[in-house]
Design a protein around this ligand. Sequence first.
Ligand code: BG6
Length: 369
Amino acid sequence: ERGGYATFMEKEINDQPHAVADTLLGRTDESGALVLDEVRISEEQLRAVDKITVVACGTAAYAGMVAKYAIEHWARIPVEVALAHEFRYADPVVDERTLVVSISQSGETMDTLMAVKHARELGAVTVSICNTHGSTIPRESDAVLYTHAGPEIAVASTKAFLAQITAAYILGLYLAQLRGGSYAEDAQAVMRDLADMPAKIQDLLGRMDRVKEMAEFMADTRSVLFLGRNVGYPVAMEGALKLKELAYIHAEGFAAGELKHGPIALIDAGQPVFVIVPSPDTPHDLHKKVVSNIQEIRARGARTLVIAHDGDEDVEPFASEVIRIPACPPMLAPLLAIVPLQVFALQLSTAKGLDVDQPRNLAKSVTVE
Ligand code: BG6
């Protein structure tokens, strides 16, 4: 059942090209236009939406952060991301024109379910991005956009994360097409770029030997930091979460721009820091800004573990290690950049002799508040 792999998690990491490809299946018609049959909300209602709130927990909330960048960029609708348990007991500004998008692998997370129920009471339109057919959250929502990652057994989420991000892109592109903004025509081109991603993930999975070696000789590490900007920021957060969950190591993700506002004080000689570098063609010179962040921490003695696109030579002078990912459009990079961080956490956990599939104190789906 583990398909020849030692753990479910290893299998699930290696299943990721399929998780993305299957989630993309059947989303366009013969003309290339996006169709979302499962989203049973009238086009009129969707056109009237003036705000989106994503509610989720854990890894799913980091997929929600990627969704924020993508949906705001493509569909020009303001998106906020709320941890479901925080949303539920605050005074969220939500009404009939708010689209509340829940993201949940299991569809059973009580915190997320309560947030969805609360949103409906407040009059919001609710869509569930979910991996489990017939589970509770989709049933309690107005509409569902299923991810097709297949069953995820390992407690720490991997392939469901990639499928959730893919579904969020699809939703963003669909809304862009529907509302006719400047990205309405580009939506089909982005769908074609997305269709190339499974092969790139497959290529990347074949390059993980060095990452595994790194994890093995870092088995005694006490603390690891992760930096990213824009869509690299949620990747940094998720990379840190994987390391906490699987290897019980103190790990923190930061927005790289925030470094100088505090976290840089943590940097001393030998501190390992993963940096997720955006592709060189990212708008607003973000690539250059991240390269200078690497330079700043390297100057203070950090061990810089840099995740950069193929062909990006600017990072070499300041990197202790460069982990290469295939080149891809900036917005789609999370589907690649997270993979080495998953493999790193898995390998470090294994090196420490821990239970990869069932980490201590955690449950796959938390059905209590
Ligand atoms: C946590 C799981 O309790 O719930 C995480 O340990 C998961 O792995 C989170 O990301 C959310 O779960 P779900 O099923 O709502 O996506």
